[in-house]
Design a protein around this ligand. Structure first.
Ligand code: SF4
Length: 210
């Protein structure tokens, strides 16, 4: 068996374990439903926060207004965005974590990334660039720091990482106050991902969608 075929088998088995995970079920108001899009040939990884209610309902990451904004930043249609042979989407918390008492979603469950993240990444050896979308993904990978500072300083994290704000509705006003994001960051983002979007090699297993 080739290394690539083994990685595909390992990933299939691992995703089955993830789907069966109930580790923090008692803390999840809608129950476990891990949402992830992975494959052994993905070259671009979108490291995000956690599913919202619409993503939980549909089982499709970024299947909401935040996703529309993110796809706009990437200059990417839905077909490309959800082609997990090329693009993996892996939130820091795989299940919807619920709402805060004063509004807004709760943070990703802290149990989740230590349990699953490194194992899943080990089965995606071709990932060369990771988009760190929002504060939780950035804190987990880069440590403490301000999102805006990191986005401004995005060149310091290339070629391995590209920090981005979370594309929530609040970010629209932030974008208008910070025109450098549209003028400088987005063209660099599109240039960084373009080489990773070429048609992928043959995959030996189906894409893994939750
Ligand atoms: S959030 Fe993560 S650890 Fe908790 S049940 Fe879902 S997959 Fe398991």
């Amino acid at each position: 068996m080739t290394d690539r075929a083994k990685a595909a088998d390992d990933l299939t088995a691992l995703v089955a374990q993830v789907r069966a995970c109930r580790v923090c079920a008692d803390s999840l108001p809608l129950g476990p439903r891990p949402v992830l899009h992975v494959s052994p040939t993905a070259r671009l990884l979108i490291a995000s926060q956690a599913p919202g209610t619409r993503v939980h309902e549909t089982g499709i990451s970024f299947n909401d207004a935040s996703g529309d904004r993110l796809r706009g930043w990437l200059g990417m249609d839905r077909e490309t965005f959800y082609d997990s042979r090329r693009i993996a989407i892996l939130p820091m918390g795989l299940c919807y974590p619920g709402r805060m008492p004063k509004g807004g979603d709760r943070p990703p469950r802290p149990e989740c990334a230590p349990l699953w993240r490194e194992k899943l990444l080990a089965c995606m050896p071709d990932v060369t660039l990771t988009l760190l979308v929002g504060s939780y993904a950035q804190a987990a990978v880069l440590g403490p720091g301000k999102v805006e500072d990191r986005v401004r300083d995005f060149r310091a994290y290339l070629p391995r990482y590209f920090p981005l704000p979370h594309p929530s509705w609040r970010t629209g006003a932030w974008e208008r106050r910070n025109p450098w994001f549209t003028a400088e960051v987005l063209p660099a983002l599109r240039a960084a991902i373009a080489p990773l979007l070429a048609p992928s090699r043959q995959v030996t297993t189906p894409q893994q969608h939750a």
